[in-house]
Design a binder for this molecule. Sequence first.
Ligand code: NAD
Ligand code: DAU
Length: 381
Amino acid sequence: MLGDGKKKSLSNFSINLSYKNILHIIQQKTSMKKILITGGAGFIGSHVVRLFVTKYPDYHIFNLDKLTYAGNLANLTDIENAPNYTFVRGDIVDADFINELFETHQFDGVIHLAAESHVDRSITEPMAFVMTNVVGTCNLLNAAKNTWKASGYEGKRFYHVSTDEVYGELHNPEDFFLETTPYDPRSPYSASKASSDHFVRAYGNTYKLPIVITNCSNNYGPNHFPEKLLPLMINNILHSKPLPVYGKGENVRDWLFVVDHARAIDTVYHTGKEGETYNIGGFNEWKNIDIVRLVCKTMDSKLGRPEGTSEQLITYVTDRAGHDLRYAIDATKIMNELGWKPSLQFEEGLEKTVDWFLNNQEWLDNITSGNYKEYYDKMYS
Ligand code: NAD
Ligand code: DAU
């Protein structure tokens, strides 16, 4: 037995390692579920990883992420040493690597979030979207199919996280996207996501792979990468920089707090029906210009600036090419069939978000001082 002094001299690293080794042995002896979450270092993925690691100590969560410009392990420092969590750096486009990973770990489930996710980048670099979103998804489908064919599909699940943008755009204010709305993607990003959705359904139909898909509206919240509308505005207000609103600011998006999306993913992963699609959204539509004004007002109040100060920074800029007018999700199916509903009102979610960014300016500065600066200058010059 170790005396007290010796115990104290062990480093955290060796304690964690041996703990993980013991856990690994227990895992092999018991039926502890192994779940692969892809893109877990990104915005939404990090909230999903945190929820699963903390809520399900009897699952082992593997977070597979390439750590592109959008992946950030600083999003996960609070759970990085959890005994039921392992980070794997890797690229879903690399088929050999993916096949080996599945063979080694024999995952019971996959929650697939890894993607190139920014519409503006898809306009300038469409092939990156084809590779990760289409080819990468197919690599995961193949690996799951081949591994599970041998062990049997019982208790397995391939969950593909998709977007409302696959449905195209809405013009009539009374229309909503339903699960049955025909696909009509209009940007390279949404076309790549639509394509990946089709492949996932095709593997479900052809190989009977146990799949489920969700299509969610715009997320917002802590850890949102500052190339996207809300964190970009928050960051620019902080630095009194112009607030670039595309076109006339008339485009409409339906906003959902990211933790509520993670909760929905948990619900669908565990209780969604095999082969089904569920739309996820907050019934919370905002015109861009109105939401930017609300961010200005919230920031002025938090920063102790006179009301109206930040609104003066609003600058209308050239519209996004092919800019979709309106997205609006009808989330009745997931609410009625699975009992999920958003937990937060938008105003409360926005306050929480602004507070998080104000309390985590180092996180923001670390991103905006790196390659992001180059992207921003090119995009908004
Ligand atoms: P994000 O860009 O913040 O994160 C994507 C993550 O995927 C990053 O960590 C990145 O490093 C990783 N990744 C990218 N390419 C990879 C590759 N080739 N191999 C392995 N990892 C790779 O994206 P997000 O906003 O968190 O979106 C996550 C998922 O949810 C995406 O599939 C997106 O289409 C979908 N979605 C997003 C929203 C939204 O509002 N952000 C809404 C609906 C659906
Ligand atoms: O609807 C779900 C989708 O929401 C996700 O699938 C995507 O991954 C996610 O990026 C998001 O796409 P959008 O294009 O809607 O989000 P973005 O934050 O880029 O833009 C929101 C709206 O704000 C859109 O109408 C464009 C506009 N906008 C955006 C930026 C970055 C501006 O007016 N100015 C800007 O600087």
